[in-house]
Design a protein around this ligand. Structure first.
Ligand code: SF4
Length: 422
């Protein structure tokens, strides 16, 4: 979402005839776009802003701006600790940026706007993207779910969806720029609704656009995953057979304290329904260990879900408290050693499952969208299956953006290795 917002801001400034430079020494304006979902990200931004001060010291005409969630969340702290930051803009205030930049450089006060909007979806602004295969498109902003560990509803505000027409227009533009794949983005994409139309209808509309070969989205919420959405996956070949399906925890007690609004059984039933209906489906997930009050028995419930679902991949996190969230008020914290131990056990189990799932593909013929050179060799390409698996194979004259047929011959870790077919 933040990458998308950075592209959106770049698009806004390019419209005003600003040009982009990758060299900080050449810049008269340096913007840092931020995320405060995880503690580590906040620390990185503090360090980055500290490093940028040198440009301001060298040339007082340079303006430094901070955008995004951290602007929203930490403005008071930043005004005190980083007074050389000229502009602080929250995620709903980007339109104000050109006006703020145009103010004289000797404006003495920092310029701050972090108000959240119930309306802003940037419907008429299109991001300045770099060339590529996959384009991100934001379809909604904010979140109304209020999971107790999550800062997003406070930093990005209430949930609001863009119009289907404007999303379709943007997809046509990226198709004209040569993109083959689109990833629809939102904090909670499957609660998308605009003038009575819902997420599965949006997927259908986007799939009608010729030249777009693959449609992905992230992230859905298990509570809002309906049969219509499963049906779109099952029946529409452009809607990829990969679903990111965030579990977070397997114990009903922990899920309740997290305010996730579903139970372990509901999650398991949905995962089964998805696998029963969507051929070759890959499931990925997010999981948190060490949420306040999580006992060993609770943790074993999470491992039990992992055993039953056998996710293809997982993003695993140790819980860290985010000030301002409800969970930050919970006592009963889990000792760091226990968190670490649980995380290691979870990662070990997931590694086994990933390898097991990937080995099932050996001998299969799969369609791969070629993305770029592989990291290890210029003689090899890297691409992705519809189920979002990375495949490495020797080049045979194909180009990034091509769809090729590949036979899978090996699987190691999260990567498949293949041989291109005629
Ligand atoms: S669904 Fe929960 S975790 Fe996801 S953005 Fe909303 S509040 Fe945060």
């Amino acid at each position: 979402m933040n990458e998308y917002d950075s592209e959106l801001v770049a698009g806004l400034l390019e419209k005003e005839e600003y040009t982009r430079t990758e060299v900080a020494d050449d810049a008269s304006l340096i913007l840092v776009n931020t995320c405060s979902v995880r503690e580590h990200a906040e620390k990185k931004v503090h360090d980055r802003l500290g490093n940028l001060k040198v440009f301001k010291d060298r040339n007082p005409e340079v303006k430094i701006g901070l955008l995004g969630c951290m602007a929203q969340n930490l403005k008071e702290d930043l005004l005190k600790s980083k007074p050389y930051v000229d502009i602080i803009l929250g995620p709903d205030s980007y339109r104000k940026l050109p006006g703020m930049i145009a103010l004289p450089v000797d404006t003495t006060e920092n310029i701050v706007d972090t108000k959240l909007s119930r309306m802003e979806v940037y419907d008429d602004l299109f991001p300045a993207r770099r060339e590529g295969i996959n384009a991100w498109i934001s379809i909604m902003r904010g979140c109304d779910k209020f999971c107790t560990f999550c800062i997003v509803p406070f930093t990005r505000g209430r949930e609001r969806s863009r119009s289907i027409d404007s999303i379709v227009d943007e997809v046509k533009l990226i198709r004209n720029d040569g993109f083959k794949e689109v990833t629809l983005l939102g904090q909670n994409v499957n609660s998308f609704h605009h003038e009575g139309r819902r997420f599965h209808e949006l997927l259908h509309e986007v799939s009608q656009i010729e030249g777009i070969e693959r449609i992905r989205y992230t992230s859905p919420h298990p509570q809002d995953f309906d049969d219509e959405l499963i049906q779109v996956h099952a029946s529409n070949p452009k809607v990829c057979n990969h679903i990111h399906f965030p579990l977070q925890a397997g114990s009903d007690e922990v899920l309740e304290r997290m305010n996730r609004t579903y139970t372990k059984q509901h999650f398991l039933d949905l995962a089964q329904k998805m696998r029963d209906n969507i051929p070759g489906l890959a499931l990925s997930t997010d999981m948190i260990v060490g949420f306040p009050g999580e006992t060993e028995a609770d943790f074993l419930e999470t491992l039990d879900v992992m055993e039953q679902v056998k996710f293809d991949t997982a993003f695993t996190f140790k819980y860290s408290s985010r000030p301002g969230t409800k969970a930050a008020e919970f006592e009963d914290t889990v000792p760091e050693d226990d968190k670490q131990d649980r995380l290691q056990r979870m990662i070990a189990m997931q590694r086994e499952h990933t390898l097991q799932r990937n080995r099932e593909h050996i001998g299969e013929r799969v369609e791969v969208l070629v993305e770029k050179n592989s990291k290890k060799s210029e003689n090899q390409h890297q691409g992705r299956t519809r189920s979002n698996k990375i495949v490495i194979f020797d080049k045979a004259g194909e180009q990034p953006g091509d769809l090729v047929n590949v036979e899978i011959i090996d699987a190691q870790g999260i990567t498949l290795f293949g041989r291109i077919l005629d």
